[in-house]
Every structure is written in structure tokens, then in C-alpha cells.
Design a protein around this ligand. Sequence first.
Ligand SMILES: [Zn+2]
Length: 64
Amino acid sequence: MTLLTCAVCGTTLDSDADEQSAMLALAWVASHERGRDLRFCPQCARDNLRAIEAKLDTDYFSNH
Ligand SMILES: [Zn+2]
């Protein structure tokens, strides 16, 4: 099984459980931060998308 765990709210999803779970897993967002592989559920991804993008921008500007 492939268990996804939301880095924000801690909800879990087994994407291999059944077809519906596999579909739901597609809406999850993956983010790589400081070598860690983070996952965000659709709800938290929407809430945090701006923060995630802001962090990417910060990294971009600090590297140039
Ligand atoms: Zn979440």
C-alpha cells in the first residue's frame, strides 16, 4: 500500500486501497522541502498553496 500523510492536518489516505482512493490521491500535492518529501491533502494544499509558492520565491531570490 501507499500511505499518504498530510503534513499539515495529519489525515491519511491509502492510495492503493481502492479505485476511489487512487482518484483522491491525484488531488494531493507533493512538496520537497529541505530534503523532506511532504504531502498535502487537497484541503490543506489549497490553504497552503500561496505559502508554498511564497517559499519557492524566497528560495529563488536567495539563490540569485
Ligand atoms: Zn491536510
